[in-house]
Ligand binder design. Structure first.
Ligand code: GLN
Length: 253
């Protein structure tokens, strides 16, 4: 049986608006295909995780307070995390976690939370704490040669700047900053996004992209020429119906 190993960072501190659902969706879609998804959790005070052992690293959203508390711990793993990103481990990062992988996060009071500096973007909150990007959001994403609408929910004060490779183009909602045209950060093995929802339950194609990526990476480790794999198709009739309803509601034609 094929296995995908996932490391879930700070599940007790970084989990907003159902972010954990992303793992449940990955597990469900793996199980349907007879693939085992193993999940290990890392919380503050645990022994250091061995990032090399994992196919996916996941971290969810968290408020400024939690980000401040854990950033010192996270930065201890800066080198390991950079190496994991460079070696192709998949990173799925939502909202607060997305921000912490950049250069820094500047809070409402001007306080600086240092980031991992894995990527060059940075985030600054509006001085007025009531000014937040909140609401449903739809973006257009091109991934693995396919174009799809990605649906989610955003709630962030942080305005992320300096993103050179965004995840999606905003159709409805704000994105990386107020009334932005772009949302998130993307690399072949990194999806960093403001979209809660949870992201993968509303966008099963993105879940399948991640699963496929991980399986192909495993195969290519042993045989560089083995190329692409095809994932077994699942019956997404129900998911597609839900998506249609949401898209009809959010995109006013
Ligand atoms: N604290 C961050 C902000 O408000 C992240 C919030 C979140 O993860 N939803 O910008």
């Amino acid at each position: 049986m094929q296995e995908i190993k996932l490391l879930y960072l700070y599940p007790d501190m970084m989990e907003l608006y159902g972010d954990f659902g992303n793992i449940q969706v990955l597990k469900y879609r793996c199980n349907q295909r007879n693939i085992k998804l193993t999940v290990d959790e890392y919380i503050l005070g645990d022994n250091p995780p061995d990032f090399k052992n994992y196919d996916i690293v996941f971290a969810g959203g968290g408020a400024d307070n939690e980000q401040t508390i854990l950033s010192e711990d996270l930065i201890k793993y800066k080198k390991d995390i950079k190496e994991a990103v460079e070696s192709g481990t998949f990173f799925l990062l939502i909202c607060g976690a997305y921000q912490l992988f950049g250069k820094y996060y500047k809070g409402v009071e001007g306080n600086i939370i240092p980031g991992l500096e894995v990527f060059d973007y940075y985030t600054e909150a509006q001085p007025d704490r009531n000014k937040r990007c909140i609401g449903n959001i739809v973006t257009k994403v091109t991934i693995d040669g396919m174009e799809t609408e990605v649906i989610g929910f955003e709630n962030h004060g942080g305005q992320t700047l300096g993103v050179d490779t965004p995840f999606g183009k905003v159709i409805v909602g704000n994105g990386n900053k107020f009334e932005d045209k772009e949302e998130g950060f993307f690399r072949k093995n990194v999806i960093a996004t403001y979209l809660h929802g949870p992201l993968l339950s509303k966008n099963p194609k993105i879940a399948d992209y991640i699963i496929k990526y991980c399986l192909e990476r495993k195969i290519n480790k042993y045989d560089k020429n083995s190329g692409k794999i095809e994932l077994e198709k699942l019956d997404d009739t129900f998911e597609e119906k839900c998506r249609k309803q949401l898209l009809d509601k959010f995109i006013k034609k």
